[in-house]
Design a protein around this ligand. Sequence first.
Ligand SMILES: Cc1cc2nc3c(=O)[nH]c(=O)nc-3n(C[C@H](O)[C@H](O)[C@H](O)COP(=O)(O)OP(=O)(O)OC[C@H]3O[C@@H](n4cnc5c(N)ncnc54)[C@H](O)[C@@H]3O)c2cc1C
Ligand code: FES
Length: 271
Amino acid sequence: MNERYLLDCTVLANDEVAPHQYRMRLNAPKIARVSKPGQFCMLEVATGMYPFLRRPMCFERIEGDEIAILYKVEGEGTSLLSRFIKGQTINVQGPLGNGFPIESGFERHILVAGGIGVATFPCVAEALIKASGRPPEVLLAARSKHLILCEKEFREMGCLIHIATDDGSAGEKAFASQMLQKLKPDAKTRVYVCGPMIMMKTVSDVAVELGADCLVSLEAQMACGDGACLGCVVESKLEREGEKMVRVCLDGPVFDTRIIDWESHNFAHAS
Ligand SMILES: Cc1cc2nc3c(=O)[nH]c(=O)nc-3n(C[C@H](O)[C@H](O)[C@H](O)COP(=O)(O)OP(=O)(O)OC[C@H]3O[C@@H](n4cnc5c(N)ncnc54)[C@H](O)[C@@H]3O)c2cc1C
Ligand code: FES
């Protein structure tokens, strides 16, 4: 297990970058030093009793002494987060989880982001460029044009970008899975996916069918973030000591899609 911290960190910026979507930059030297792409932290959005639980957020960027978080306002916790201002401190627990493996052995790397799921990918792209010398392809999918985030950042990194929107207001009118099908990933491709559960399942189905390696970064409601409460378990196809559940916070959030029992998930309640 890598080093973890529970630290008060100074807010350097907390700006609205699109409607209801914010980027928070934090001065967090100790956390930044040991964090990897795909890992996450738990933020204490209020010091009182409500909301009691910390909110999990992945690292968008890990640079020098700083970490950046890109987040969407969903409810009370993220609404409170959006009200932090420069100079305030926020308590951060992290880094948590396993992160994405950064391996240069594949011919193609395709990052597939659904909506705010893109938040984990800028630092993954940076790490892949460092490891392989080549920028990955990025498929940005969202309901509509104004929900496409980080396009400029990926372009600046030299990534080839594919855009798919449900309503056709930007890129192709297609779902992420349909767009991935067109990109024809094969056995020499690794596909990285983060977004709503139903999107991750359909994208995974395409990747697996075409023989590509596929990693998903799952989301779950979390309480401890540390493996203790079992609040974040999902069913897997692996059985360890009679147990098929895996903890998203500790065993993940990144999993090989082939070990997730997607059929057991109730997509009716998925975001
Ligand atoms: C490992 C991990 C990393 C994450 N990284 C990011 C990130 O980088 N950026 C970002 O915007 N969000 C991220 N999330 C989701 C984020 O944690 C939730 O949106 C947030 O906790 C909602 O808190 P809230 O109090 O605002 O909403 P609540 O009032 O708690 O809930 C509002 C709505 O959001 C839904 N919701 C709450 N928590 C989650 C969750 N964990 N996953 C899916 N839906 C949820 C609820 O079901 C409800 O419909 C991540 C989640 C996990 C597990
Ligand atoms: S959030 Fe407690 S075990 Fe995962």
